[in-house]
Ligand binder design. Structure first.
Ligand code: SF4
Length: 240
């Protein structure tokens, strides 16, 4: 019985490896689709993956502003900060919470977020941005930064080989592989098969989020999905 369970595990693991490599190839071919969801496939160390933002500071600021707020609004605020030279955390650290509130008005919960930004800016000024983004524990201690955001910042700002846990990865891999894959299992699979390849980890996360936003919704739009030919859910549930 133990042996059978082990063999089943090996099969799943081999299948997951093949599927992940195939998905990577498809994402590489469909960069324009990823762009529609706000991911700009760029050089491995570029910050522009994050919908064209220019710096690590801008990505960190956006990660605080985006919760419960439309991305388009956040992007406009970042562009405004850039125009007036306040898209830098060390500059925000010198402002009062009230001054930050004025700058980010339009974003939902702007008072709470001004408070969080002020705290983040102060920590970054004290410890240095690189020391913050490279340390998962420190990132998660910052109010407003949860698992997925912290791991995304480690990948897209610190360029560490980390695959962010996400609901999208769990849902899409579960449907494609035809078995329940938790967020943590999706993370383990991606990190073990894409190893230390930061470019592929970025591409895989960006692609998975794109598919989750455009096709693989809670009620999936399988007929237009680029993965229907690989997908167990499409084969066994939609088609049959
Ligand atoms: S084919 Fe359907 S279930 Fe499969 S990944 Fe695409 S949208 Fe999701």
């Amino acid at each position: 019985m133990m042996r059978r369970a082990h063999t089943d595990e090996m099969k799943t693991s081999l299948r997951a490896d093949k599927i992940i490599q195939k998905l990577i190839q498809e994402f590489e071919k469909n960069k324009e689709l990823l762009r529609q969801a706000g991911w700009i496939v760029s050089d491995v160390n570029s910050f522009e993956w994050w919908d064209g933002l220019k710096t690590a500071d801008e990505i960190l600021i956006s990660s605080i502003l985006v919760q419960m707020t439309k991305w388009e609004i956040v992007k406009k605020v970042i562009e405004r900060l850039r125009q007036i030279g306040l898209n830098k955390l060390d500059k925000l650290a010198n402002l009062s919470e009230e001054e930050i509130e004025e700058l980010i008005k339009g974003v939902n919960f702007y008072k709470t977020k001004a408070k969080r930004l002020k705290k983040l800016a102060t920590i970054v000024k004290e410890k240095g941005l690189e020391n913050i983004v490279k340390n998962e524990k420190t990132l998660k201690e910052i109010e407003g930064i949860g698992d997925e955001t912290a791991e995304s910042l480690q990948l897209f700002v610190a360029n560490l080989p980390v695959f962010p846990r996400s609901e999208y990865a769990s849902r899409i891999l579960s449907r494609i592989l035809g078995e329940k894959i938790s967020k943590k299992e999706a993370k383990i699979l991606a990190e073990s098969y894409l190893k230390d390849d930061v470019y592929k980890l970025k591409l895989f996360h960006a692609g998975i989020v794109t598919i989750g936003k455009i096709f693989c919704l809670s009620k999936p739009k399988c007929n237009s999905c680029i993965f229907k030919d690989l997908c167990a859910y499409y084969k066994h549930v939609v088609k049959s």
